[in-house]
Design a protein around this ligand. Sequence first.
Ligand code: PLP
Length: 381
Amino acid sequence: MSVTTTSGQAKIPMLDLGAQYAVIRQEVRAALDGVLEAGQFILGPNVKALEQEVAAYCGTKFGIGLASGTDALILSLRAAGVMPGDEVIVPAFSYIATADTVSLLGAIPVFADVSENTFNLAAGQIERRITPRTKAIIAVHLFGQPADMDPILEIARRRSLAVIEDNAQAIGAAYKGRRAGSMGELGCLSFFPTKNLGAYGDAGMVVTDSLEKAARLRSLRGHGTTKNKYVSEEQGWNSRLDEVQAAILRVKLRHLNSWKTSRQANAARYSALLAGVPGITTPQTLPGAEHVYHQYTIRVSGSTTRDRVQKSLADQGIASMIYYPLPLHLQPMFAALGNKAGSLPVSERVANEVLSLPIYPELTAEQIERVAASVAAAARG
Ligand SMILES: Cc1ncc(COP(=O)(O)O)c(C=O)c1O
């Protein structure tokens, strides 16, 4: 792949994991050597240490390492007691895993609209969707910003529902002094390579304060076994985090706060440069929330079309992405649920307007200026 455009300017990708690796190479290689020499590859000392370190980082008592963020959601739903036929309230604007994990268990995802300002589940949309079959709410901290959790937790407490945080995108974010992932009963993390804390392969974790749920999750990830590896107490399956990934993640966790600070500084630069550009809305942060900018997602509206902005960026070798073009309630996968276009207007509107710009920690001020100038020029026509 060429690294320059035809005009000779360096391309700007969505993410530059090579630049990140150049900084942590020695540490990663030493950690890998340690695992290869020890010869234990599944649920060894690095997994145990990572579980404790990530739990401490998130402000919870326990961490349970799993094979992916998707598994973290599936097993959390199981641990929360979600059974076939139960309903789970989920935001309509998220990555598909937030909802297909619910349906995989035979439960029904009930979609609720999101807040126009934060893209996250709007608490005011929840209560009217609660029925006697509702078991849980999944609150997603989309793009690195926590959902407005206090009203969500209050509804859940009053209506006896479990709250699962889909914290795949927001490790290190905070809401009123509490870390994302520590506010509901179970917090689900993804360490997919592009995440703020990313493995070199698939990995995930659930964090929780509940001793009982931690034990259940450990059992579920190992075929439903508890004390005896060859006696299964309940239906489970294999969802293990391996030592190689855990060792790499422990290295990266040491850098996470500094990467977070760089992402936040990059976001502040973009927002200053894009302020007042017609048709562009920069990301808004909820009062009391700390946003960790897994994505820097603008909205493009009015006579400025998103296609025009994206094409102009692409012409200059600048990557951008539409996360996510189709809200969950309109996914073909859920057609049988009968959700109609127009039923969740905010999710549908933002899906038509969002555009994510490169925000990775290694971006330079000059690159940010190039991206912002290109967006502004396209927006002004
Ligand atoms: C919001 C959200 N939920 C769940 C997941 C699933 O995580 P994974 O890809 O590790 O299975 C992801 C990431 O891909 C995500 O962004």
